[in-house]
Design a binder for this molecule. Structure first.
Ligand code: NAD
Length: 556
């Protein structure tokens, strides 16, 4: 039971300002970020503790949430709270270098790591789905994914359209917590996007948050708007209500002039993808009534959806899987060309991973947007020669509406992240920032995830499914002094398909925090460099050699 007497759903909002409500800033950071994940402005479905990504939760139940809050409030600077799939299960005396919280979410032994068994255990109240940053308390709203999506569409622009998406139309689906970043990422690259979602409230929410421009009344209307904007080379994003499994094939049939096709519906979880023939308002009831039949139906719908994507590819469009496992679900329904188009990591992102580049994010625990303005300025001063970064930070400052605690994300690599961390820590110490900063990242990073359909798809040495790397990543971040560390299974692509780790550090302005930040923010991206060097990527081997990352097997 998610809610029990005395532990009912209620709006949650993290404390703001420079006053502690706990015994130290490391605990305070964990408390505020846990609460921020469930802020109605941040979480997709806060009453059921769902933050984003299908059923990605921050806590297993409201009783577990209340226990975690109460524990964090009394947790000492040399104690560590242990969280097992969203429920606090112990507090141990450790030391002040140790994380204040250690989290393990959704982990199941290999042969048992499937949705059926997971749901059986979830129904018994024994586990929860942590997704990536939901259960590890560093979700910052849709902005978190916006930068990665901006990078991906930027890479497509570079690859096929001379660096700009002006004059192109992108077709995609899914306007949820992650997918909602797509329209803005496309328009930031000057393109036009048609975004399909079966839930009209998601379309309206993205318009309200300024991630989506307008909504169309029909397929024809959407195409009319899209082609007019494309011809005028004007960026525009259009929401279209409907089932992607019907709309994509219809658009293909109409020979719609689509240039780029992808998808971010919650395909990783068949119970979160709307089958054909079920009205959206009935989706929840139908999925609960007969999950097995619903799964079959949604897989069949995904096969129709993916078949249309392959059709667009055959017609010359740029088509890619955006990390939601829709190809594998379509394959399970018997569609044999599902893997004809690539995933976005091997197609566009891997070269960045090779040098430890990945998503670096931070949140102002003060709640004051001025703190983020000051850190934006600091980032531009730290890396003045990085034009791409300047373009992003400037645009983000102008266009991104904060959700919950003000936050920022940008991609930084090995040798860069610790400089930013140390600078923010100095700014806290000097009073330039009004309270400490939480610095973390997505689990989708260069050295923190094993996910053969996404981050580690098509590794050159075939090591896609080797999951020792994320385990080592969690261990090294624990050893390096992160404020909280998490180790999850099944995020992004679903049960049995990924193992991944996260870390968050609190820059509280102390000397101890500086030492921890330097270690964590060096070693964490360093994992990306050694993981890709080990696989044999030249760029990673060069990065290790030139930037002094030690790899024993290359030393004589
Ligand atoms: P979400 O659950 O918040 O949103 C999914 C949306 O898809 C919902 O709005 C839902 O109404 C819509 N939808 C479901 N079935 C549909 C259908 N048949 N037709 C049209 N719309 C439909 O999920 P999210 O957080 O936005 O994540 C989306 C997917 O992307 C997940 O599978 C997630 O694991 C994956 N993901 C990818 C990345 C990445 O970097 N590429 C990162 C995180 C998550």
């Amino acid at each position: 039971e998610i809610s029990t007497p005395g532990h009912e759903p209620r709006p949650v909002r993290a404390p703001r300002g420079p006053e502690l409500t706990t015994l130290g800033w490391q605990q305070e950071g964990a408390l505020r970020m846990l609460m921020n994940n469930l802020d109605p402005d941040v979480a997709e479905h806060p009453d059921s503790l769902v933050v984003y990504g299908g059923t990605g939760r921050a806590a297993r139940s409201w009783a577990a949430f209340d226990a975690m809050v109460a524990t964090l409030k009394t947790l000492k600077n040399d104690e560590t709270m242990l969280v097992q799939s969203g429920k606090p299960v112990g507090v141990f005396r450790t030391n002040e270098w140790a994380p204040r919280v250690l989290i393990a979410n959704s982990n199941l032994v290999g042969d048992w790591a499937n949705w059926e068994e997971f749901r059986r255990l979830e129904d018994l109240g024994l586990t929860m789905y942590g997704q990536m940053t939901a259960g590890s308390w560093i979700y910052i709203g849709t902005q978190g994914i916006l930068q990665g999506t901006y990078e991906t569409f930027g890479a497509i622009a570079k690859k096929r359209y001379n660096g700009s998406l002006a004059g192109t139309i992108t077709l995609t689906a899914g306007l949820g917590g992650m997918g909602g970043a797509q329209p803005l990422a496309v328009t930031m690259n000057d393109g036009v996007a048609i975004c399909v979602d079966c839930d009209i409230t998601r379309i309206d929410r993205r318009i309200a948050h300024k991630y989506l421009d307008i909504k169309a009344d029909s397929i024809e209307h959407a195409l009319e708007l899209a082609t007019a904007a494309r011809d005028a080379k004007k960026p525009l994003s259009i929401g279209l209500e409907g089932n992607a499994a019907e709309i994509f094939p219809a658009l293909l049939e109409m020979k719609a002039p689509i240039d780029i096709v992808t998808d971010q519906t919650s395909a990783h979880d068949p119970l979160a993808y709307l089958p054909i023939g079920i009205d959206f308002p009935d989706m929840k009831i139908m999925s609960e009534k007969d999950p097995q039949k619903f799964t079959e139906d949604s897989r069949n719908a995904m096969a129709a959806h993916v078949k249309a994507m392959v059709g667009f590819m055959d017609a010359g469009a740029e088509v890619f899987d955006y990390g939601n496992s829709i190809r594998d679900e379509a394959r399970k329904a018997g569609y044999d060309r599902a893997f004809d188009f690539p995933g976005f990591v091997p197609a566009y992102i891997r070269p960045l991973f090779e040098e430890g580049l990945g998503p670096f994010r931070w949140a102002a625990l003060s709640g004051d947007p001025k703190d983020i303005e000051a850190t934006d300025k600091a980032i531009l001063e730290l890396f003045p020669e990085n034009e791409h970064l300047r373009r992003w930070i400037t645009m983000a400052g102008e266009k991104v509406a904060f959700e919950g605690l003000p936050a920022r994300i940008c991609w930084l690599g090995y040798g860069e992240r610790h400089l930013a961390g140390l600078k923010f820590n100095e700014m806290v110490a000097s009073g330039e920032l009004s309270a400490p900063i939480a610095i973390g990242r997505d689990h989708l990073d260069s050295g923190s995830v094993a996910s053969p359909y996404r981050e580690t798809e098509s590794m050159i040495d075939g090591s896609d499914a080797i999951a020792d790397w994320p385990l080592l990543n969690a261990l090294v971040n624990t050893a390096s002094g992160a404020s909280w560390v998490s180790l999850h299974q099944g995020g992004g692509v679903g049960m049995g398909r990924s193992i991944h780790a996260g870390q968050v550090c609190i820059a509280d302005g102390t000397e101890l925090a500086a030492k921890k930040l330097e270690a964590v923010l060096t070693n964490d991206p360093g994992m990306g460099v050694i993981r890709h060097a080990d696989a044999g990527y030249d760029h990673a081997i060069d990065t290790a050699a030139t930037r002094g990352v030690r790899i024993p097997m290359t030393e004589n």
